[in-house]
Write a protein that binds this ligand. Sequence first.
Ligand code: CTP
Length: 428
Amino acid sequence: MQGKRILLIVGGGIAAYKSCELIRLLRKAGASVTCVLTKGGAQFVTPMTLAALSENEVYTSLWDLKNEVEMGHIQLSRQSDLVVVCPATADLMAKMVAGIADDLATTLLLATDKPVLAAPAMNVRMWQHEATVRNVAQLRRDGVTVLEPDEGEMACGEYGPGRLPEPEAILQAILTHPAVRAEPVNVLSFSTAAKGKDAPSTGSGRAGLRGRHVIVTAGPTHEPIDPVRVLANRSSGKQGFAVAGALAEAGARVTLVAGPVSLPTPPGVDRVDVETALQMQRALDAALPADAAVMVAAVSDWRADSSPRKIKKTGGAPPQLALVENPDLLAELASSARRPRLLIGFAAETEDVVENAQAKRERKGCDWIVANDVSGDVMGSETNSVHLITAEGTESWETLSKTEVARRLTRRIAAELGGGNDGEGNAD
Ligand code: CTP
């Protein structure tokens, strides 16, 4: 991060103390940090602490800017490579959504022309409140990278998602943010792929998907039968998470809509956790529009007409499960007005893999299908043997690690979408 400038806005919350550690880590990584402390933030850390750690002036009010005649707040908001809001409180995020500029921090956020990354921290109920869910979705649509908070015990004694991610995790997200990264972490060459061949996954170091938004669905869905039982499937989520990670490495803004899995979020990926197919449908809707969507999730085809109370053994006949068909998210998206330009499905087949997948591509109306044979032990394993089915034909790839499948697919996506400048004059 040598030479990179971070404008760090410290919001008001008990987690503000962790921003001190973040400053230390950023400086160690070679960045310079300028801090803006909100009135609320100043209840938890002092300007003196931030000044000592950043070795820079700390700004707390619009009126500190001595050169206001020169529109100091505009300058301050634009002299950085990335604006980081940490902790981002519910209030601060709501103001960002509404465009309210009633103090220095919110004025800078409205005036900046630089990318913004927000690390939220708040009480679990506040995080799960519809207003915050709506605001986070809107911020993501507006291009703000909103990190997922950690889950755990909170300062207020409650338990759940809402804790500020650890400073190391925030640093990692900053390091992989396209605004900061000098070269993409994963050096992919897309120019060869654009000519129809697969390039090796190391090479020239060009980010082919910068400026593109890609949605990825991953994992299984769990459909409740009653408060303690679910209908589930064996999807591990590994392939979908690998796809999300590879896309982010290639510079895309990635929204990962994840079913219930306990996998770590790949760096630089915005993750939305869901349980059921209907929740996945809502999360997809909130994440749109996108340039591409890769639907890797093993969405349950059915949901149960669930009981609000635990179903008990009665000694008589076992209960009958009444199943209701779930919406087909891929087919729905394919025929919607907000269809991404490139829509990719995955097909899990146990027989006639290619024929079934070719038919599925046409039936669902997607552009490509990545078909895999799940008759073996693919689910949960580290490797995958897939066929890429497009309108032009079928390609069978050799058995590869799921990471390598993800990278190869990413190169194809970049070639198809024509991302940022690929270094061969193919800028758009
Ligand atoms: N899919 C979806 N919504 C569903 C079911 C599937 O979005 N309700 C998507 C999956 O994410 C995948 C593709 O459709 O990209 C194919 O999934 P698959 O389970 O193979 O297809 P099904 O439609 O379930 O077909 P079948 O089970 O009849 O083979």
